[in-house]
Ligand binder design. Structure first.
Ligand code: HEM
Length: 373
């Protein structure tokens, strides 16, 4: 299954074929959701932008506004419930948290059933569409969405070709993982990048200068074609403890015995701020990554925003494509001000507890449109 995800769902080719979706949704958000001169809730705009991108990449032509809203609402409630559960993981002996978690487990089961019904409807709609669309059914065409790609591996085809087969249950599980893995993580990353830039006006100026140097004179479109020319981005890990794992066998690391079946959390946040590896680790200093050999692909353990190894995030390329495109557009099209004459150093940077660590309070900013010379 992991192989299907890496080779089929999140391959460079697939991520490339989803580029028009990302560009169109980002463009729509810049024009439709951001009102010049008014205080805008950037957190909410980004959350809905990323959900729309992933929704279209996963479900493509299934146009059902009500279903889309119902699905996002269930996902949102699941994320909240999971946040409470992770508190129990940190304090496993707390009886209060255990009680809360038991109630939460029941709530999660109900939410899961709701999500399952919606996903089944989406799969059924795809199956009936494939009956009348030969290209989709045979796996041809770059415009296949992720459900189509997974349906290419269903039992009938597997019997004919001897390949691995995928059930409806597995399709639902993979799509759910993609939504959880891809939506909140990406929008939270963009929101933190914007927050850090607002707190550091000099860095904002440098970043905007770079974006405008690259895109001025290219019409109004800030597309992905020239994004690689932008070097000025820093990633803050929105999953500070990655995803909890369980050890399969007893192992000894640096003299510590870790029994089998231990829940293991990797503190990527602390590793990324270790002064043994980073100069002034708490300082927002995007320059540190310009010409640096350290990358975020899981090869350099001092920087692990996407994890590393076999269970590393399979959506790195999609995630970074969304983050880069959205940040470049926000910086190109608008100059940003904090509301109520707030000073940069007064911007609240409190985090909310959960698997994905977002801002406690959504980022609110005032945009002024940029007029290219
Ligand atoms: C900036 C955005 C993103 C960040 C920072 C991020 C980060 C992470 C991290 C830290 C993990 C856990 C890795 C580990 O435990 O070693 C993970 C897992 C995962 N991510 Fe992402 N991710 C992002 C975007 C995406 C996107 C866009 C998708 C899908 C399109 C995605 C899909 C997944 C999935 C399915 C997993 C679970 C993998 C497994 O358990 O094998 N992620 N992500």
């Amino acid at each position: 299954m992991r192989k299907i995800c890496t080779l089929e769902l999140m391959s460079t080719k697939r991520v490339g074929s989803q580029r028009p979706i990302r560009e169109e949704e980002v463009r729509k958000a810049m024009v439709g959701s951001i009102r010049p001169g008014e205080i805008v809730n950037l957190g909410r705009i980004l959350g809905s932008l990323v959900c729309k991108i992933i929704w279209r990449a996963a479900f493509g032509g299934v146009e059902a506004r009500e279903m889309e809203e119902a699905f996002f609402s269930v996902q949102h409630r699941i994320v909240q419930a999971l946040g409470e559960l992770s508190l129990r993981d940190v304090f496993p002996s707390s009886w209060v948290l255990r009680m809360v978690a038991d109630r939460n487990d029941r709530r999660l089961k109900k939410l899961h059933a709701e999500s399952d019904t919606i996903l089944q409807e989406i799969i059924d709609a795809h199956v009936s569409r494939r009956r009348s669309d030969v290209d989709r059914a045979t796996g041809g065409g770059d415009d296949q969405d992720l459900v189509d790609v997974l349906l290419n591996f269903t039992r009938d085809k597997a019997v004919a070709t001897g390949e691995f087969s995928v059930t409806d249950f597995e399709i639902k599980a993979v799509i759910t993982d993609i939504f959880f893995g891809g939506t909140h993580t990406s929008s939270v990353t963009i929101e933190w990048v914007m927050s850090e830039l607002m707190r550091n006006p000099e860095e904002m100026e440098k970043a905007q200068k770079e974006v405008r140097r690259v895109f001025d004179g290219k019409g109004k479109a800030v597309d992905e074609a020239s994004i690689d020319e932008l070097h000025y981005m820093k990633l803050i890990p929105p999953l500070p403890l990655l995803v909890p794992r369980e050890s399969r066998e007893t192992i000894v690391i640096k003299g510590y015995q870790i029994p089998a079946k231990t829940k293991v959390a990797i503190n990527a946040w602390a590793i990324g701020r270790d002064p043994a590896y980073w100069i002034e680790p708490d300082k927002f200093m995007p320059e540190r990554f310009v010409n640096s050999p350290v990358n975020y692909n899981g090869d350099d353990f001092q920087l692990l925003p996407f994890g590393a190894g076999r269970r590393m995030c399979p959506g790195v390329k999609t995630g970074m494509a969304i983050v880069h495109l959205a940040v470049a557009n926000l910086l190109y099209h608008f100059d940003w001000k904090l509301p109520n004459e707030m000073k940069p150093e007064d911007l609240d940077m409190t985090e909310v507890f959960g698997i994905v660590v977002g801002r406690k309070n959504d980022l609110h900013l005032i945009p002024t449109p940029y007029r290219a010379p």
